[in-house]
Each structure stands twice: as C-alpha cells, then as structure tokens.
Design a protein around this ligand. Structure first.
Ligand SMILES: [Zn+2]
Length: 96
C-alpha cells in the first residue's frame, strides 16, 4: 500500500515517497512524476515520456500498466518492517 494512504490510516509516521523522498507517495506521484522511477515509466508505459499527467496515464493500455506495476514489485520498493520507512511492526507484504 502506498505510504500516503498508510499515513492517512495512522500506520506510518509520514507519507514521503520511499523512492525519491521528494513528495507524498500517492498513486498519482508513482504513476506520473516520481523521479526515482522515471526510466521505468518510460520503458514500461510506452508513451515516450518519463513524466506523465493523470490524463496521459488514462490513455495507457491496461497491459502496459500491469507490466509497470509488475516491474515496480520487483524494483525494491517493498516496504520494510521498521526502520526508515516508518512502518514498524506492521504486516505489509507488498506494494499494492
Ligand atoms: Zn517518489
């Protein structure tokens, strides 16, 4: 689960993106503007752009979005239990 929503639920101390640490970790941030995974967006979403608007994401083929999600799952952005990610003691298994 994204940190923005974990923070809203009181499950983590902050909502800061685990990858770039430059913005709240929202769905829009991960899909559109996170600098840490801009190359992944460029490679997997097939838009020819590293950063997208939400409107551009809507036009991406569902298969490409699934491939992007799959690549993120294996891109070391799984939350750790405790430490700097601020999800201590929580049973969070995946980035979904
Ligand atoms: Zn980010």
């Amino acid at each position: 689960m994204l940190k923005y929503y974990l923070h809203k639920l009181g499950q983590t101390d902050n909502a800061t993106c685990r990858l770039c640490k430059g913005a709240d970790e929202t769905a829009e941030h991960i899909l559109c503007t996170c600098d840490a995974i801009s190359l992944k967006r460029l490679l997997y979403l097939g838009t020819g752009k590293a950063n997208l608007t939400p409107e551009e994401v809507v036009s991406v083929a569902p298969r490409q979005l699934l491939n992007y999600k799959f690549c993120l799952k294996h891109f070391s952005i799984r939350p750790s239990l405790g430490g700097e990610n601020g999800v201590e003691g929580k049973n969070i298994k995946s980035y979904e």
